[in-house]
Ligand binder design. Structure first.
Ligand SMILES: Cc1cc2nc3c(=O)[nH]c(=O)nc-3n(C[C@H](O)[C@H](O)[C@H](O)COP(=O)(O)OP(=O)(O)OC[C@H]3O[C@@H](n4cnc5c(N)ncnc54)[C@H](O)[C@@H]3O)c2cc1C
Length: 346
């Protein structure tokens, strides 16, 4: 390791922090990387409970690029497929009348040739178990899409990062400063050339505690319920008409969810929104015309940013955040972490 190597601290051991640490320590020039995890080992962070849906298509071209690029990299890498437990199942994304599916679908096709097909309302009803869809709906069917285990990916990346020389501190960070420095909860102050806060939904809290601007980052509740339902012939899907999203569960049943409107939630005090879970069942019965019984509901949250996207954002010289995935960073983290590591060391 060169004596003048850049010293980098990364706070947070979810998929964002661990993949950024792994990318950064392997970047040309040889950075010295310290990764701070919360040390609890069992916290139900977003990476642990994530549904892990990965597809290329998003409703805008800007959001499709990073998702399609990440998915192409996972599919093309034996290591990333193994680390993430990628399962290819295909995916369906239904949009309301008037939406432009074609342009983002072309971006998917550029990264994943032959994957995306735009179909009309009747094509969706003919091929998938939708009882009804509003007139003019369009959809994108992706062949090369599926799901990963973000927790498995983070565990593997952490192990590889440590093997490549990253020092892992199982010590929660109390504050970060503009020096930039990291102050651990056990009273140590450690100075670096770059500090990156990648603490997911805990990022706004940590920045506020550090008397730093939260920079447009905020938390939002996300949940899904494991439902018993005879829903056949449907893989991972999003239906923007009803808001429903979901995928079959490996052990039977179907994970189903609807977007929450609970903003500014405390990641340390998440509880299921039972009214939202009931709306999921009602909505799924209406859209698919099948019985739906709600079982276990998993509630968590993520860090959101407008515009959405996991990326390196500056808080001043040497100080950054790497979060803001807005409920979708499992899709983009592979490409986003590569770009963030390059930007960090540029
Ligand atoms: C229920 C749910 C379902 C989802 N489904 C999908 C999906 O299907 N597809 C998709 O693409 N995305 C999905 N997402 C989003 C995706 O999982 C998240 O965007 C991603 O996991 C965020 O990773 P992260 O590393 O930024 O945050 P996290 O995984 O939350 O990790 C942050 C880490 O920082 C640690 N930390 C916090 N404070 C400190 C501190 N002071 N010191 C040290 N460490 C600290 C925390 O303990 C935690 O381990 C879902 C999210 C949720 C909640």
């Amino acid at each position: 390791m060169k004596g003048d190597a850049v010293r980098v601290a990364i706070v947070g051991g979810g998929i964002a922090g661990t993949l950024l640490a792994w990318r950064t320590v392997r970047a040309p020039g040889g950075a010295v990387v310290d990764l701070f995890t919360d040390g609890t080992g069992g916290r139900a962070d977003a990476s642990r409970v994530s549904g892990g849906l990965v597809r290329g298509f998003e409703p805008t071209v800007a959001a499709t690029g990073p998702a399609a690029e990440s998915l192409a990299e996972i599919r093309g890498s034996d290591i990333l497929r193994e680390w993430s437990g990628y399962r290819e199942t295909g995916a369906l994304y239904v949009l309301p009348a008037g939406a432009d599916a074609r342009e983002p679908a072309e971006v998917v096709d550029a990264y994943l040739p032959g994957s995306a097909e735009v179909v009309g309302r009747d094509g969706v009803i003919g091929a998938f178990p939708f009882r009804t869809l509003p007139a003019g709906s369009v959809a994108v069917v992706e062949r090369h899409a599926g799901h990963i285990s973000p927790h498995r990916l983070r565990t593997a990346a952490l192990r590889a990062a440590a093997g490549a020389g990253v020092t892992v501190h199982e010590a929660p960070v109390g504050e970060v400063t503009r020096d930039p420095a990291v102050c651990t909860a056990d009273g140590r102050t450690l100075r670096y050339d770059r500090v990156v806060v990648a603490a997911g939904a805990w990022t706004p809290k940590l920045l506020a505690r550090s008397r730093l601007p939260v920079a447009g980052l905020r938390t939002k509740h996300i949940q899904y319920s494991l439902c018993e339902t005879p829903l056949e012939g449907l893989g991972p899907f999003v239906d923007e008409n009803s808001g429903l999203y979901g995928r079959p569960h490996e052990d039977g049943g179907f994970l189903l969810g609807l977007p929450s409107d609970r903003w500014g939630v405390d990641p340390d005090a998440m509880a299921p929104d039972q009214a939202l879970a009931r709306r999921v069942a009602e909505s799924a019965r209406r859209v698919f015309g099948v019985p739906v019984a709600v079982g276990r509901t998993v509630a968590s949250c993520d860090c959101y940013h407008d515009p959405a996207g996991l990326e390196l954002r500056s808080l001043g010289p040497g100080l950054h955040t790497f979060t803001g995935g807005s409920g979708g960073a499992a899709k983009t983290v592979v490409a986003a972490s590569r770009k963030a590591a390059a930007a960090l060391l540029a």
